[in-house]
Design a protein around this ligand. Sequence first.
Ligand code: ZN
Length: 179
Amino acid sequence: MEIVVPDEFQYLYVQDQERPVVKIPHPILRQSCTEVARVTPKIEKLIDTMMKAMKKANGVGLAAPQMGSGLRLFVMQPLEMKPMAVINPVITEKHGEQVGEEGCLSIPGLYGDVQRALKVVVEGFDRKGRGIALELEGLPARVAQHEIDHLDGVLFIDKVDLATLHWVHPGGDPDDEEN
Ligand code: ZN
């Protein structure tokens, strides 16, 4: 699907120091990422950069291609959870379903409902290269599924319920619930 960014949202699509996240239609957002062979200082630096960018943008998750890197890793910080990085993530279990609103820092201003698994188990490696298995449910499970999709070049607009797709100004629209 081709997203046409309305004029009043165009300023959000500029990529600069203030807004370092890669935006559509940058081709890296549509590429499949490659596995991280080893956690090097360069990878740790990328994770730090991604953590900073996620916090600055008030995001709950960010995948490496959104920082212009073609590596399989993402960071997340949903709600009360501690911020964490997952390297070479794989979903090994999926249970149930949930429907909820999603947005994406690479498609700022656009939101819509996406159906996801309610619970997932994500296996991978932490920033120290130690194996991890995360049991996630609800929002954290949604965030992980959204971010892992990014690593395969898949965006939420590919899965969104089109009838619910809508634009919201960052300042907030009184008619829209903040999510
Ligand atoms: Zn996203």
